[in-house]
Design a protein around this ligand. Sequence first.
Ligand SMILES: [Zn+2]
Length: 310
Amino acid sequence: MNRNYVPIEGAYRFWFKELSYNTTKIDLMLLEYVKDCFISSNGGNALIDWTESFKLIKNEITTSRNVANREDAATRCFRVKNFLKILPTYEVLWMRKVWGIPSKKCPRCAIEEETWDHLWICNKNRAGDTESEIFKASLDEVLSQNVDIMDKDQKNQWKEDLWEVAATKSMIMGPENLIREITRGLINEKWWRTCKIRGQCKVLKDIFDVYLKEIQMQIWNRRCVETIESERQLGILKDLKRKKKRVDDGEEMMEKAEGEEKSENKKTRKKIKNIIKINLEENKKDDVFRLGIRDRKSWGSKVISNLVNT
Ligand SMILES: [Zn+2]
């Protein structure tokens, strides 16, 4: 074993170095999406329970890992894009130069820019569809089903405790409170401190899950139906949005260039996927050979392995 060890180590080191270089690049790319949680957060990220947050984002609270159906895929797709703040809002589409998008302005209220944060506070959302109303409704809904572990007084006390946490200011989302963190799929450790009775944590996870489902259905899906309708009236059709690009000097870039770009993107994405897969396998080897120390601070790859991992 000893005699064979050295050459393996050398070759492996070389390989791993190459891989690390590539994954660092991916880390940097993905980090761009989530840097507000990790870098510009003044240590606030330490308060996020990342393990449970990723479970929530990957829709694994109610759906088991091996089940994969359409509904689950759609939910997960929404939650991941929502977490990365890449839902196709007008801000995102404008930045991508999608054809027909006149500006970053919200297509519904036409007052503010349609950023990720604006989605939840747009005055065109229905009156009862605020985050706090939806959170309250989710809380009531789940609690009405879980009668057995708490009596009425305990339930009321817990509701009060949860409301107190809900009103706490978020460390990573500027002026927002902890409900906005849940809207993004992030579970703050502070929530768990309200769980004093056995089984409460599980109930709380269900509440977050129901909340995110409602946020998606009542706010995002409704927003999409309304936006598609107003786009249809303006002649901005899905097909054209896909095929054409906005060009600022007035001329439109045609399908072909876009097609080429797409296949190029596809190739890159495939490459990245492969690298991630290899890296994950290599990481396992890393444990066996005990070569090098896994970089615990490599948040980017943590995010990737959590989101891309099957
Ligand atoms: Zn709006």
